[in-house]
Ligand binder design. Sequence first.
Ligand code: SF4
Ligand SMILES: [Zn+2]
Length: 368
Amino acid sequence: MQIWNPWHGCHKISPGCANCYVYRRDESIGKDASVVAKSGDFRLPLKKNRQRDYKLTAAGGIVFACMTSDFFLDTADAWRQECWDMIRQRDDLQFQIITKRIDRFMQCIPPDWGDGWEHVTICSTCENQNRTDYRLPILLELPIRHREVICEPMLEEIHMEQYLASGKIEHVICGGESGKNARLCDFRWIQEVRRACIRNGVPFTFKQTGAVFRKDGKVYHIDRKIQMHQAKKSGYSYIPGTGSAEAIRYQLPERAALFDRLSRSEFRSRFHLSAQDRAYIAEKGMDTIRRHAQDFVARRLSAENPEHDGKQTPMKGHPVFLAQHATGCCCRGCLEKWHHIPAGKALNPEEQNYIVDVLMDWLRRQSK
Ligand code: SF4
Ligand SMILES: [Zn+2]
């Protein structure tokens, strides 16, 4: 990896900036990081050494651009075109640009950008759900060849499944915050993003724990020197095609959060019980309906590879079928997507019970 910082200094614009390391480092040497200035390395991509070879080389790895500022910072508008010129010339290198200002992208690109340059990756930072829901729809729509997402410092649980499902995001990186005022990062948040990546076949890297890391409810203070090492040691990064379904660790989602997510799905929230369904439930009683649900789950969903998977649940004919569609319990793909239960393995009794509970919960809510 190589670093090119054409300018230095930045302005804080979002929650992830609160403990910005550029500010921290500058403060420690009595410098004001809000003053933005061109650096002596501005023309680094074109600089050569005594042997007249470029200092930045393809063999040196990815060139991370603008790591002590933001490439799309407005203060740098007058300097950026020259940077693009150098990037254009050095198409033998791979440039990576990490930004919190993806919304300024279109006004910052060079005239010949077209549908993106093959040797430039644009990486949007998403530290919380709010910034994820603001920045990722923009990132997905822009003319960019290579898109990545960085959740660092990760400040809360983030759901990004809908964006990953676009197939346009090539890599997601998660990590906690370091420094003395570091905010907490919870392992569950990392797991959530990782699962979403696995479900969508997107490579995932757990880069560092950060200084304050919570795992299984216990908070650990982790020394700077081993934050990356600890993350690596966890073996939690994921490359598609390498993890077996069994190896995927997962937690069944909490009921309230699940129903909340379901209510936001246009497709899932379309399902309702008809008067006829209600009459049927009243006639049979909840205990009988529960037995029907157990039976459907056991026969149609629980095998390692159920027959006609994806089509095994009719759209009508029994209230439990409706409940299955409404709650994402209709097939193994939906179970994996909505309930984190990996496909390609037989359901154990605990999982079957969990599914039946969810179905009955929905039916009860609908019968009210
Ligand atoms: S955008 Fe990045 S460099 Fe700029 S203040 Fe925020 S964290 Fe620091
Ligand atoms: Zn389904």
